[in-house]
Design a binder for this molecule. Sequence first.
Ligand SMILES: Cc1cc2nc3c(=O)[nH]c(=O)nc-3n(C[C@H](O)[C@H](O)[C@H](O)COP(=O)(O)OP(=O)(O)OC[C@H]3O[C@@H](n4cnc5c(N)ncnc54)[C@H](O)[C@@H]3O)c2cc1C
Length: 387
Amino acid sequence: MSFLPFYIPRHAQLRILIIGAGYAGIAALVTVFRHMPRALVTIIDPRPHHLKITHLHETFRYPLEDFQIPFSMLENRYGCRHICAGLAWQADALLQWQNDKSILVNGEILEFDYALIASGSDPAPILESEIVAGLHDFMDIAGSDLWDARVGHDSDGIAEGPITVIGGGATGIQFLFEIAHFLKRRKIRRKLRLIHGDTRVLSPFPAGFSTYAQDRMSEMGIDFYPRTLYREQQRHEVVLEEMESGRQYALPSTFSFLFVGKTRSPLLSTNAFGQVLAGQKTLQNIFAAGDCSSFEAFGSNTCTAQSAVRKGILAARNMLRHSGSLKLLEPYLHRDLGYVISLGPEDAVGWLASEGNVITGMPALVIKEVVEAQYDLLLEGINSYLL
Ligand SMILES: Cc1cc2nc3c(=O)[nH]c(=O)nc-3n(C[C@H](O)[C@H](O)[C@H](O)COP(=O)(O)OP(=O)(O)OC[C@H]3O[C@@H](n4cnc5c(N)ncnc54)[C@H](O)[C@@H]3O)c2cc1C
């Protein structure tokens, strides 16, 4: 059992519910067991596995299974329990949970001392179609398999025609470069284009990110349509709209990949310690972490795995402290130390230490790998994060 500052235990065992076991939920799980090995933890998640979602674009070169950690494995390692369910809630329900210290899941009443809500954010919904795919599709099938099943040949059996990628944010760009490299590896000669609503790709990041990524796109022969909106993918063409003039036009295209962002509802506000705020009331025993949470604190609320992990660790520590004799909780102060976006298997662009410090190529790739290795260590129960 590891030492936790400001924690004088009063209980050997707490009943803890973790609702959503992505980056934040897993970070909390590992932290709880580190300081309270006999805790009774129940994970509630609709998936059968933890998904390392930050690698999803890499499934154009690796099997999806490489990024899935079955919850059964965590059950065996920690003695926790996984219930396969997706929980829906509103503010009233959370007040009720706090009062009852129990929730109903799959017809079973689960009593708890503390609950952590870490259900992430959902990809923006897209119109379902055989000739359009979005982030959601990649959660169930690897990129290469999706290509073979749905993109490789159109409904006329023709293996040609341009491919359209929509969205030049971090997710869209990572997928765009993976698709470009996948086509190159397979020697598939199909035109690739990117449609984006802004003047430059990766617009929330420093201008150096955009210049570097757009130069690499030109080198790879990817056409770029800035200030353009996607309207519809039809059988052989995609309908687009110029943002300035509103003019609509069509370009040849047999398939569209849509990466148009995420919805963040329901977003839970928490105090600086991670406890959920319901109006004026602080829910002492219900915490939130990850993309679904907004902490009223100095720390970063970005939708990143780094912030999710830090929030998850902090929430778990504060649950334990809250249950102890001192009840002295730690505020959330984490600031992101960098962010790296991969541009295919051999290139990346990112910042380190300060946003002005843009790094590219091999150094950026190495940093990305170090960050990912740190998370893999956490999955093995080794916490190398400094909060
Ligand atoms: C392709 C891609 C690449 C990315 N790359 C990076 C990167 O390089 N670096 C970085 O910092 N960030 C990256 N991100 C962002 C990062 O993945 C998220 O910020 C991070 O996953 C958020 O963690 P989370 O725990 O809040 O949510 P998630 O990791 O999404 O986990 C949420 C969990 O909750 C479960 N769940 C959902 N709804 C419910 C419900 N109703 N009840 C119970 N459980 C539920 C889900 O099944 C899931 O297991 C990337 C995202 C994508 C999509």
